[in-house]
Ligand binder design. Structure first.
Ligand code: ATP
Ligand code: MG
Length: 566
């Protein structure tokens, strides 16, 4: 491709709305263009990248035996009503009506549509297993679309759904997808982790996320360098063996005057105790209006996802001042002793002795509190958030913490959707049974952003070889110099002959502008044709390190073969 005939629209300035590197560089280098919040057009360069990622995914999905389909984006409300998700999905579902006033939704995911297809076509165990996938635009009216392609309202996803005769077989399908995902992310050349994920209200142990490691990512991960364990902090089980306090003799309970002393920090100072001897009492209101009290050690963080899962709730919130007042609670001094609300304790306080809690009375705390002597929680549950330094649940080495971007999510669904939609099959024993399902997503367009977040410098993008829109960038530094142009054209033709995807910068602009654009666009290999041609040399450069080496013109072909094969 010749740049003079292509669509290179780079920008010098950082667009005001762009906060993260991938958003900045994808806009500045002319890969995407904003249409509205969370909605982008792919320009020719951007589409090449998207297609490269799609094709790698497609190749491995095909090899794994999955069959590509294309489901409609426009989906009738009836299907969503059958599974109850018409109501549950809430505002994230884009809803619309047709001319007959019938309800439709733009598909945010396709469990309903694919299960409908399968229930109409699959009869017997002989028809199974099946794995259908598609690469398609999805719509979600996200509360906060942001960071460009990272969280869009319209985005490209690969979604796959497996159908099996038993849980045992479904787990096999799940394992095949897991392996396939490893192959995909390896071929994309990204540094990623597969982590144990939260399974939500459905339960079960089969859910993994694939997370591309990037600084300041939305996903918080703990991992173990020793044994390879990795988990989303929401899902991570942790144990406190390394962290347990030594046993103590129980002292008599005492109520102490603590004027205006409310936060853990205040109590720490006022009573001269460590945060790990203070117990926070958090009052939550579940989505059905039930108030609950949750106890957690002063130095630990509560994990709201674990709480939601435990109560099978979809939503909850910390009680507001008004709600506290209605419940007769004194803000800042709430404690479990004599509380009318059911009390649940995080495991962090299981073996704690002589600790401090609020006294449910303005300006008072209890000290030397002990369980079960002074109060008895309904249950002691793992509600905590894992953090750096906690012992690994597998091998007990200290965990490390990092952040990343979730680019893939695989999930053993079981029979949730097949039961709701009556997608049954007749088994060998003649009995009708629900099909056992799995679902497998990859954020195709988010992967573009994730790749840039992981691979860039202060001048622009540094694509990995397999994602790059072009593999080789030839810069002809002076278009008025016949000699330079002839050599550049020659190398261009040789490259094309070798099947290399090549971009020749033959535009009539300054060498400085060409270098700036080349850095911004981020094509991994570069050949610079400039003054050196007089001495029979061109320069070879990798975007990764920008180090230039001179090579004789007549050895360019060999150099290209060495890098690209062929
Ligand atoms: P998140 O927690 O980031 O909202 P999710 O759990 O809603 O993700 P899934 O429903 O599992 O996501 O979708 C599969 C994949 O699609 C995700 O792993 C992610 O990579 C991608 N994805 C989800 N929402 C968006 C979005 N709004 N924009 C771009 N990609 C997305
Ligand atoms: Mg989401």
């Amino acid at each position: 491709m010749r740049a003079s005939k292509y669509f290179i629209k780079t920008m010098k300035e950082t667009p005001a709305e762009a906060e993260v590197p991938s958003h900045v560089y994808l806009l500045r280098a002319g890969y995407i263009k904003k249409v509205a919040a969370g909605i982008y057009s792919y320009l020719p360069l951007g589409l090449r990248v998207l297609k490269n990622i799609e094709n790698i995914i497609r190749k491995h999905m095909d090899e794994a035996g999955a069959l590509e389909v294309l489901l409609p984006i426009l989906t009738p409300a009836e299907l969503w009503k059958e599974t109850g998700r018409w109501d549950v999905y809430g505002k994230e579902l884009f809803r619309l009506k047709d001319r007959h006033d019938r309800d439709f939704a733009l598909g945010p995911t396709h469990e309903e549509t694919i299960t409908d297809l399968v229930r109409q076509t699959v009869r017997s165990y002989k028809d199974l297993p099946l794995n259908f996938y598609q690469i398609q635009t999805k719509f979600r009216d996200e509360a906060r679309p942001r960071y460009g392609l990272i969280r869009g309202r319209e985005f490209v996803m690969k979604d796959a759904y497996s159908f099996d005769i038993s849980e045992e077989m479904a787990i096999k399908s799940y394992e095949i997808m897991k392996e396939t995902y490893h192959k995909i992310f390896k071929e994309l050349g990204l540094n990623y982790l597969m982590v144990e994920a939260d399974v939500g209200a459905i339960g079960g142990k089969y859910s993994h996320e694939f997370v591309v490691m990037v600084p300041n990512g939305e996903a918080h991960i703990v991992y173990c360098e020793n044994c390879g364990y990795a988990a989303n902090v929401e899902a991570a089980k942790y144990e406190f063996e390394l962290d347990k306090l030594p046993p103590e003799e129980e002292k008599p309970l005492e109520k102490v005057y603590t004027p205006d002393v409310k936060s853990v920090e205040d109590v720490t100072k006022f009573l001269n105790v460590k945060p790990n001897k203070i117990v926070k009492t958090l009052i939550y209101i579940l989505d059905d209006g039930t108030p609950i009290a949750i106890l957690v050690r002063g130095d630990r963080e509560l994990n709201e996802t674990k709480v939601l899962n435990y109560f099978g709730a979809l939503d909850m919130h910390l009680a507001t001042s008004e709600e506290m007042e209605k419940l007769g609670l004194v803000e800042g001094f709430v404690g479990p002793i004599g509380l009318d609300i059911p009390v649940y304790a995080d495991r962090s306080i299981e073996d704690l002795h002589n600790f401090v809690v609020g006294a449910n009375e303005k300006d008072y705390h209890y000290i030397n509190v002990n369980m079960p002597r002074d109060f008895n929680p309904v249950d002691i549950v793992d509600f905590g958030t894992a953090t750096e330094g906690d012992p690994c649940p597998v091998c007990k080495s200290p965990l490390k913490e990092t952040t990343g971007l979730e680019v893939g999510h695989i999930f053993l669904l079981g029979t949730k959707y097949s039961e709701a939609l009556k997608a049954n099959f007749v088994d060998k024993d003649g009995k009708e049974k629900p099909i056992v399902m799995g679902c497998y997503g990859i954020g195709v367009s988010r992967l573009i952003a994730a790749a840039v977040e992981q691979n860039h410098d202060e001048n622009g993008i540094i694509w990995t070889d397999n994602i790059a829109p072009f593999k080789l960038h030839i810069l002809a530094l002076n278009t008025k110099d016949k000699n330079i142009m002839e050599i550049a054209e020659n190398i261009y033709n040789i490259s094309r002959g070798l099947g290399i995807e090549v971009l020749l910068d033959d535009r009539d602009i300054s060498p400085g502008a060409k270098f700036k654009d080349a850095d911004l666009i981020g094509i991994p290999y570069r050949i610079i044709v400039g003054k050196g041609v007089k001495n029979g040399v061109v320069e070879f450069q990798r975007r990764k390190d920008n180090e230039k080496i001179e090579i004789p013109i007549d050895s360019v072909e060999n150099k290209l073969k060495e890098i690209f094969g062929g």
